[in-house]
Design a protein around this ligand. Sequence first.
Ligand code: FES
Length: 163
Amino acid sequence: MLNYVTDCFSKEPRLSDELAQIVAEYGGEKGALIPILQKVQERYGYLSEEAVSRIAKLCRMSQSEVFGVASFYAQFYFTRRGRHSIKVCLGTACHVRGGERILDEVKRELGVESGGTTDDNRFSLERVACFGSCALAPVVVIDKDVYGRMTVSRAKEILAQYE
Ligand code: FES
C-alpha cells in the first residue's frame, strides 16, 4: 500500500524520526500504545501499515498486536482521511425523516461512497447509527459542526462551505 507515511519516510527521513520521537515521549511503553497511536494519527491523519510496523518495533511489540489494539477502537483509521469528516446519521429517527436521501445526495455531490474519501482528499464520508440528537433529525455532522433538520438542498449548500 502506497501511503503518505511511506512517501514521507522515503522523501523526508526527518519525518521518520518524528515517529521515534513520539514513541520516546511515552517511554516506548506498551501501556502508552493508545496515546502513541492517537498522536501519530493526529500528526499523519491515519495509521499507515508502515507507521504500525515502526511503532511495533519501537514499542517491542508485534505488528499484529499493535494492529489488534488499534483496530479495536473506532477512532483509528488505516486509510488516508479527508481534510473534513462528514457523518450522516441513519439511526431510526434520522432514517424516518429522510437520512437516506441526505446520504444519497452527499454521495452524489462528492462522488464518494460511505467509508470512502474523495479523490481530492477534501472529505471522508461515514454513516453512523445515532448521534443522540434525535430531536434534530435528520442530523449530519461535519468535523465538529452539528447540522440538524437537514434537507437535501441545505446539504449541498453546507458542503460548499468546506474547502
Ligand atoms: S437517530 Fe439520528 S441522531 Fe439519533
